[in-house]
Design a protein around this ligand. Structure first.
Ligand code: PEP
Length: 250
């Protein structure tokens, strides 16, 4: 197994106009001091090209892509288009896409395959709703998502899983560290069962209300290889402490 480098990814969601590029520059500049951590920002599509220009060499990505490489899909963006403007990352299967746009596991898998085929690193999100957590079915629910949405073949260095309990996203609620470790261990076990040794090289990120205060504890949990961060990734003041916490764990 190669050592899994910590990976901290900002999901800006539908936030950010041109004047936000300075924040991205400040984030990537500070991240440069933490060479042991991989850092990426996924801004809205509209900012990707400008962010690539403003932060050359930085890992910048989309928050979604279409499963097709091109075609009559008004309003959609294809993975090769992301690569074409300098993106190197794409998030697929975020719960706001699964729930808000009706994306199935099969859809998410097709998008992940499209991202990988375009040469992008893919962050594939899974996570349970609150009622499933409360009923004790969280691990079964998430493992079914993993089974249904992770492609059959991929480069383990270019496919990360992000476990994001839906009830923790944007709410300030976080699972216990024990629950995070149990879920990540279950995901790792399922990946090992399906992919053997390659699973040891896959990174599993935690997402859901990560901030500068809770990052160190969450990132230190078993099988947690990084964080997918929404609200706290929008400014360098909030995001850089999370990157620093990851760096401290090396
Ligand atoms: C997310 O949307 O991926 C996320 C984790 O959001 P937040 O950090 O704001 O909970």
């Amino acid at each position: 197994m190669m050592a899994r480098r910590k990976y901290v990814v900002g999901n800006w969601k539908m936030n950010g106009l041109s004047d936000a590029l300075g924040e991205a520059q400040a984030i990537f500049s500070a991240a440069g001091a933490h060479a042991a951590v991989d850092v990426a920002i996924c801004p809205p599509f509209t900012l990707i090209g400008a962010m690539v220009a403003a932060a050359p060499g930085a890992a910048i990505g989309g928050q979604d892509c279409h499963a097709a490489a091109a075609g009559a899909f008004t309003g959609s963006v294809a993975a090769p288009m992301l690569a074409d403007i300098g993106a190197s990352v794409v998030i697929v299967g975020h719960s706001e896409r699964r729930e808000g746009f009706g994306e199935s596991d099969a859809d998410v898998r097709a998008k992940a395959e499209a991202g990988l085929a375009a040469g992008l690193s893919v962050i594939l999100c899974v996570g349970e709703p609150r009622e499933v957590r409360e009923s004790g079915g969280a691990i079964d629910h998430v493992l079914a998502q993993v089974a249904g949405s992770v492609p059959d073949s991929f480069d383990a260095q270019r496919l990360a899983i992000a476990y994001e309990p839906i009830w923790a996203i944007g709410t300030g609620l976080v699972p216990t560290v024990g629950d995070v470790a149990a879920m990540h261990g279950a995901i790792r076990g399922a990946l090992s069962g399906r992919f053997g040794d390659a699973a040891a090289n896959m990174r599993i990120l935690y997402g859901g209300s990560v901030n500068g205060d809770n990052a160190a504890e969450l990132l230190d949990a078993g099988d947690v290889d990084g964080a997918l961060v929404g609200g706290a990734s929008l400014t360098s003041a909030k995001f850089v402490p999370i990157i620093a916490a990851a760096a401290a764990l090396g």
